[in-house]
Design a protein around this ligand. Structure first.
Ligand code: MGD
Ligand code: MGD
Ligand code: SF4
Ligand code: MO
Length: 766
């Protein structure tokens, strides 16, 4: 029996990257806990990370390559899988050309440096522009606006949470999510520190969130209207001379156009749109300008709205106009262990100009909008998408509209590289089992530019891969060879296995892995070597980000100046003005007396114990039996809806039925539905025994619902029809529901949940 050994690693589920400590015996994981000695996360970790053993050991995990047969999925060898897939793809490429091949990269790919590098390299080697990624159902607005204003999609000044005195945060629930585009473990703790220092935290949200319940001040807003709020803040700041226009002119172009863009949006005009009283809005703008170090931050609640790009533009522009970018307590531009921005700029990373075949939607951060995926498959044409490789993603579940599920059936070849047989895999021809985060080494390159406190950590693999699980980079390399694609110059993906095949014949068991390339990159370009990181498994602090190191120095536009009023955004203001009447109408509707059907704005919610579509299968995490929607008691009363009733939520001819909880934390005119639920069809036995419904079934999808500047799918603030379906006590009858059966609250948990390991308590900050 191997001796127990303790290993430090870090969690790669969300952007907090919390330090974890694992006890292992040989290659068996014994336990996982928050790393109390981790200099940055200081013993904080949430239950999803601490209970990751439930994922690592899940009997539902994909452990072997599988092939669809008339009898269902059957196990095949890696050799057979690679050669069969290779043969199919080779033939397809020969007949229909590279464009007919596509790839979708899901969220966990961006927490896996090797998978990301090799997936992109694979597509370059194939020569297909058809790369899709989850960032177009998450944050494309930010990526596009950064490209327009700063010249690089990955250039995002990060709120200096450690020093700021005023944090205005729109569309984020840090207590649950740990934030996005901000690497700050224990986000709630960090926000509480701001208040403790005498600063202010203001959360703008259509719901009084778990965060707003615990820290700072909360401002209700009508969904989808944040851009109007920010424009009006800009109007106040310029009108009252609180912007340093001369400084703006020194660092960028378009200061006058920016001033003109906000001029008409007075707080009085915006009040009936956002629901925020003009006086409060004016005070907010003044307090922000007067705070000595302030940051406006927007996140997915705004990204996914109809004007995500204008909102991010305004957030950046106001931060710049008040002198808060590149200053302590405002927002800083981190550099990372090596200058990723300069490297990205030189290498052309993130600058693809590809467009979709249907509608000509442009790539953002090298990926086409996921909302176009279904049409790229179904619209006839010689170069329509005929095969798709999905890596660490669940597009059939996570992309709004539900149309993709039908489209996937039309593919000649669908290959899923995943740790589970998820909803997308139900349409796949081949499933390839990937390693999980404990089974591979990693450095969080994707998150390094979001760091409040610059830090580098490298983790070795904690245990060897179980069964036949393989790392994605190896899968991509082997697949490329199997497709008969010859290595091109600079293609890591095809070069590495070739080199390794050669090395096999030399003495000494030499083998080149991506970590060797990382070592080289850090040695040549970096502030910290891989050997130092290996010797310090809890990671190392990097030099703090310096104020004044960004503007005028590392802006990557052709002239090195910020574009303060990019044309595409100025033009999009016409669309925003056109929608004004719609929001005003909703405001005027107010209390129109009793009615059967409510028209409500649909917004989302993340839950502590789940993560997008894949954490519900972790039997160590106790889940409620279904997702539950939230509604204000006043709205509910209008349609005779009572607490725990089932309500039908309808949009565009589709309907889901879910139990409702009445809550005064929800603004009027709003219904809140958590995503990630509704797993009736998948090989995830715990999740599919739960009830619930996939909210994406009632969110309009496709290219008609893309935010025009960035191609971000519009996912929040759609109007849905809501009516009482059944009282809480009636037996469930799901006729009329296009979603999976909605379980009643209190329905029994799945059998797998019962035979789960004991549930350990959540790790808390010290
Ligand atoms: N309605 C609605 N829809 C949403 C959202 C919302 O708020 N509301 N949120 C959106 C957001 S922010 C995002 S990021 C997207 C996510 O969209 P996707 O990335 O398409 O979906 P996920 O549910 O994150 O699926 C991740 C998949 O990766 C697998 N996986 C986990 N770890 C690994 C690994 O190490 N290797 C491999 N190969 N696979 C792994 C999981 O099993 C799962 O199948 O969903 C979006 N969809
Ligand atoms: N536990 C858990 N943590 C997660 C995830 C998870 O699924 N579960 N997902 C991870 C991922 S992929 C991401 S991208 C991050 C996202 O992290 P965040 O961006 O913080 O996302 P949410 O926690 O969903 O918070 C979004 C908030 O926006 C609000 N909102 C909705 N519409 C609007 C609007 O129009 N205006 C405004 N102002 N607010 C609005 C919602 O009510 C919600 O409170 O979280 C990550 N962390
Ligand atoms: S907050 Fe939870 S899921 Fe996110 S990195 Fe930390 S432990 Fe992992
Ligand atoms: Mo996300």
């Amino acid at each position: 029996m191997a001796q127990p050994e303790i290993k430090q690693t870090f969690c790669r589920i969300c952007e907090a990257l919390c330090g974890l400590e694992a006890t292992v015996e040989g290659d068996t994981l014994v336990s996982l806990r928050p790393d109390r000695e981790h200099p940055l996360s200081k013993g904080f970790a949430c239950v999803k990370g601490v209970q990751y053993a439930g994922i690592h050991e899940d009997p539902d995990r994909l452990n072997h390559p599988m092939k669809r047969t008339p009898r269902g999925f059957e196990r095949i060898s890696w050799e057979t899988a690679l050669s069969e897939i290779g043969e199919r793809l080779r033939e397809q490429l020969r007949r229909h050309g590279p464009r007919s091949m596509g790839m979708y990269l899901g969220n966990p790919t961006f927490f896996n440096y090797k998978a990301l590098l090799f997936a992109q390299d694979f597509m370059r080697a194939v020569g297909s522009p058809n790369l899709f990624a989850s960032h177009s159902i998450d944050c494309n607005n930010k990526l596009k606006v950064a490209e327009l204003m700063y010249g690089l999609a990955m250039a995002h000044p990060v709120p200096d949470l450690v020093h700021t005195r005023f944090f205005l945060c729109l569309g984020s629930n840090p207590t649950v999510s740990q934030m996005s585009f901000v690497h700050a473990p224990n986000a709630l703790g960090q926000l509480k520190e701001i208040v403790k220092r005498g600063g202010r935290v203001i959360l703008v949200d259509p719901r009084r969130t778990e965060t707003a319940d615990q820290v700072g001040e909360h401002l209700f807003i009508r969904p989808g209207t944040d851009a109007y709020l920010l424009l009006a803040m800009g109007q106040v700041l310029f009108a009252e001379g609180r912007c340093d226009v001369e400084r703006l002119k020194a660092i960028g172009n378009g200061a006058e156009e920016l001033r003109a863009a906000v001029r008409a949006w007075t707080p009085e005009r915006v009040e009936p749109i956002t629901g925020i009283p003009a006086g409060e809005l004016r005070a907010l703008a003044r307090d922000y300008a007067e705070a000595n170090g302030a940051a406006i931050h927007i996140s997915t609640g705004v990204n996914m709205g109809p004007f995500g790009s204008i909102a991010y533009w305004m957030a950046q522009a106001l931060n710049l106009a008040t002198g808060n970018v590149d200053r302590r307590g405002g927002l800083l531009m981190p550099k990372g262990p090596f200058d990723l921005l300069s490297l990205g700029s030189r290498s052309g990373f993130g600058k693809s100009r590809a467009r979709t075949r249907v509608g000509g939607h442009e790539a953002v951060y090298d990926a086409l909008p996921s909302g176009a995926l279904a049409e790229e498959i179904t619209q006839p044409g010689e170069d329509r998408l005929r095969s798709l490789i999905v890596c660490a993603g669940n597009p059939a579940h996570s992309i709004p509209g539900g149309r993709l599920r039908e489209a996937l059936k039309q593919l000649d070849t669908l290959v899923c590289i995943d740790i589970y047989r998820n909803a997308t895999a139900e349409h796949a021809h081949y499933l390839l089992p990937a390693t999980d985060m404990l089974e591979r080494s990693d450095i969080p390159l994707g998150m390094i530019l979001s760091q409040v406190t610059p830090y580098a950590q490298f983790s070795e693999r904690v245990v060897a891969p179980k069964h036949e699980r393989r790392e994605e980079w190896e899968i991509f390399s082997e697949l490329l060879l199997a497709c008969g694609i010859r290595p091109k110059q600079g293609n890591l993906c095809s070069a590495l296995p070739q080199v390794n095949r050669f090395l096999k014949y030399l003495p000494g068991k030499l083998r080149v892995e991506p970590d060797h390339l990382l070592e080289l990159a850090l040695r040549v370009l970096g502030d910290v070597s891989l050997s130092r990181l290996r010797a310090q498994p809890r990671g190392a602090f990097l030099p703090p980000t310096q104020p004044g190191s960004f503007l005028g120095k590392r802006v990557f536009t052709p002239d090195g100046r910020v574009d303060l009023a990019p044309r595409a955004l100025v033009q999009d203001l016409t669309r925003l003005a056109g929608e004004e009447a719609r929001f005003r109408r909703h405001a005027a509707q107010g209390d129109s007396g009793p009615r059967d059907v409510l028209e409500l704005f649909l917004v989302g919610r993340r839950e502590r114990r789940s993560h997008n579509s894949w954490m519900l299968n972790n039997s160590r995490l106790r889940q409620p039996p279904t997702n539950v929607c939230l509604l204000s008691p006043e709205d509910a009363a209008q349609a005779g809806i009572r607490d725990r009733d089932l309500v039908a939520i309808r949009s565009e001819g589709r309907e889901i039925v879910l139990p409702v909880e009445l809550s005064d934390a929800v603004g009027r005119g709003v219904i809140v539905v958590p995503h990630g639920w509704g797993h009736a069809q998948s090989g995830m036995s715990v999740a599919s025994h739960l009830g619930g419904a996939n909210v994406n079934d009632v969110i309009p999808g496709g290219t008609a619902n893309l935010e025009p500047v960035s191609g971000q799918a519009i996912m929040t603030g759609h109007v849905v029809q809501v009516r009482r379906a059944r009282p809480a006590t009636a037996p469930a009858n799901d006729s009329g529901s296009r979603g999976p059966p909605a379980a009643l609250p209190g329905a029994g948990p799945s059998p797998r949940v019962n035979r789960s390991a004991p549930v350990e308590p959540e790790g808390h900050p010290r």
